[in-house]
Design a protein around this ligand. Structure first.
Ligand code: FO1
Length: 324
């Protein structure tokens, strides 16, 4: 086993929405707040009713604040939808369910954006207002939009996932705007100083992919010197949530830990895989990855804490590979 990293900086988690937020929640309870930085995907961002919505950053923030709707995994708990009901009566398309409380976040975000505040500053303000004490960063201040190709053509990610319920097979996924986007100074600094970089069990293609597609992001991970560990979002050949399995296949990869390892390529030093996928341990190790086999399905708060603790302990035994 390679020697452990001796960096003392924060643990950095790259995360999409619901699935990744569960691991973020476990890490938040396990680590001191100043020892955790969560970088959220912005590829799912969407404008609805003139308001800018940043679902993954909000899901992370609401979860860390202990205010998320636990059943849905998005939006606030005890939410009402009166404003949306009126918008519907006024003839608006209301397939994206924005709750009354949630709208407050989007009203503030939209005003601050109009005033020229960077998304990084907006995320910090919302996190501070909801008393989240760790750092929550959007992956970029630029606009990156994940689009999914189906037989109907190219759709915005939320149109595909929420409006059309991901019914059609995804044929391809692309991140519009990524080529012109840049990681923020805050993201570059967090990656450079990280003691470990964890890739949440989020959609590798549609949630982590938009971050990796931003020029400079991948290099910053490789240069960091911190071990880079992915928690596999595929268990027993299926996504824990959402269309990760079908999106890996759309990219010509297998829906299993090997396909996830292929997608991340030289970025990874280690992978955490579920006990149901223990048979992949040998093949992953042959590819030079450290492997932890443990329970990765997070149904209860104690599952989140258990996976967070196990992943952190595993990360301490790994170090960035020489290819970095
Ligand atoms: N997911 C749904 O399945 N249906 C919705 O109507 C919906 C609304 C919504 C509003 C705000 C928000 O922050 C998230 C919302 N989500 C909804 C979740 C979101 O579509 C996805 O889960 C993430 O973008 C993927 O991580």
């Amino acid at each position: 086993m390679r020697p452990a990293s001796n960096k003392s900086g924060p643990v950095v988690l790259l995360s999409g929405g619901v699935g990744g937020a569960k691991l973020a929640d476990g890490l938040y309870r396990t680590l001191a707040p100043e020892s955790l930085t969560v970088i959220g995907n912005v590829g799912d961002d969407i404008e609805r009713h003139g308001l800018w919505v940043s679902p993954d950053v909000d899901i992370l923030t609401y979860t860390l604040a202990g205010m998320v709707d636990a059943e849905k995994g998005w939006g606030f708990a005890d939410e009402t939808f009166h404003a949306l009901a009126i918008l519907r009566r006024l003839g608006e398309e209301t397939w994206f369910n924005l709750g009354d409380r949630d709208l407050a976040t989007h009203i503030l975000r939209t005003r601050l954006r109009r005033e020229g505040v960077r998304p990084t500053g907006i995320a910090a303000r919302i996190a501070a207002g909801l008393e989240v004490r760790c750092t929550v960063l959007p992956a970029t201040d630029d606009t990156v939009q994940t689009h999914v190709q189906t037989e109907k053509g190219w759709l915005h990610f939320q149109e595909y996932l929420v409006r059309d319920r991901a019914e059609a097979a995804p044929l391809d996924v692309r991140c519009e705007g990524a080529d012109e986007a840049r990681p923020t100074p805050e993201v570059l600094s967090a990656l450079a100083g990280a003691s470990a970089i964890l890739l949440a069990p989020s959609n590798p293609v549609a949630s982590i992919g938009p971050m990796l597609a931003v020029p400079g992001f991948r290099d910053a991970m490789l240069r960091s010197g911190a071990p880079r560990i992915a928690v596999c979002p595929i268990v027993g050949g299926r996504s824990l949530k959402g269309p990760s399995d079908r999106m890996l296949k759309a990219k010509g990869l297998t829906a299993d830990p090997m396909g996830v390892a292929d997608w991340y390529g030289d970025l990874l030093d280690g992978m955490v895989v579920d006990e149901a996928d223990a048979q992949f341990e040998g093949m992953l190790k042959e590819r030079g990855l450290e492997v932890l086999v443990t329970g990765t399905v997070m149904q209860k708060a104690r599952d989140r804490d258990g996976l967070a603790e196990a992943t952190l302990a595993f990360a301490r035994t790994c170090s960035a590979s020489p290819k970095a």
